[in-house]
Design a protein around this ligand. Structure first.
Ligand SMILES: [Ca+2]
Length: 248
């Protein structure tokens, strides 16, 4: 009985093309898998840019895109020069209007007054993705110390009363779009972006603030900036309101 013969490929010439083809297939599959992962990440992290908030930086030179409701004296204005009152007929000369120049571009919004009042500046934001709200804020308080009672005075129809105690505050909230504009009810206030608290410094230079809006994705929220004063001028400013991608 003869021993079985073993046939070998001549010097590997018949085997190597098969190995090369397998290597190519593996490389192609790996490349396709990497592309699929990259596309999935792109979709998951957000493939679209956040919508532009019309006139979020007040660069039209007016309050286009925003709504103002004011009670008592004073109002929200757009200004260009931090030492020129935007409405000379609505400013307390002592102390004179003196706020930072617009922190972004040529214009920003600011409150000015010649007596006590409460001033709401607001707009609705449709949260179409996992956006982060950005704004730049500042204030100059020349009245009594910053105080932060959880109310904006009393409202009876169009008649406002600042109450019998000092109420000097600037706060920015996200509220339910259907809420009455002066509401501070827990069910109406979704989040607070910025709030001057008792004991805070009498002035704050331009400071960026942010709020992650992703908890309200698919909903519309109302951004409300409120300044109230009944014990001396408190000039509050806001600028550069826009949506950004979340960084994570
Ligand atoms: Ca601006």
């Amino acid at each position: 009985m003869s021993a079985p013969s073993i046939t070998t490929a001549p010097s590997g010439r018949a085997v190597e093309p098969v190995k090369r083809n397998r290597r190519r297939w593996r490389l192609l599959i790996a490349a396709l898998a990497a592309s699929a992962i990259a596309i999935a990440l792109f979709i998951a992290l957000g493939s679209e840019d956040p919508p532009v908030l019309e006139n979020g930086g007040f660069e039209t030179g007016d309050l286009t895109g925003w709504t103002v409701e004011s009670f008592g004296a004073g109002d929200w204005f757009v200004y260009q020069d931090g030492t020129t009152p935007p409405d000379p007929s609505t400013t307390d000369p002592d102390p004179a209007f003196n706020v930072p120049d617009p922190p972004e571009g040529q214009y920003a919004a600011v409150t000015d007054m010649d007596f006590k009042g409460v001033h709401f500046l607001y707009r609705d934001i449709e949260v179409t993705g996992p956006w982060v709200l950005h704004a730049t804020v500042f204030y100059e308080n020349h009245g009594k110390d910053i105080l932060d009672p959880l109310n904006f005075g009393t409202f009876i129809g169009e008649v406002w009363s600042g109450g019998g105690y000092s109420n000097q505050q600037f706060r920015i909230d996200l509220i339910h779009p259907e809420a009455v504009i002066h509401s501070l009810e827990a069910d109406d206030v979704l989040a607070t972006v910025f709030w001057t608290r008792a004991g805070d410094a009498p002035a704050l230079g331009p400071t960026p603030v942010t709020m992650d809006l992703s908890p309200w994705e698919g909903q519309t929220v109302r951004l409300r900036a409120t300044q109230i004063d009944n014990a001396g001028p408190l000039r509050a400013g806001i600028d550069d309101v826009r949506l950004e991608h979340r960084s994570d």
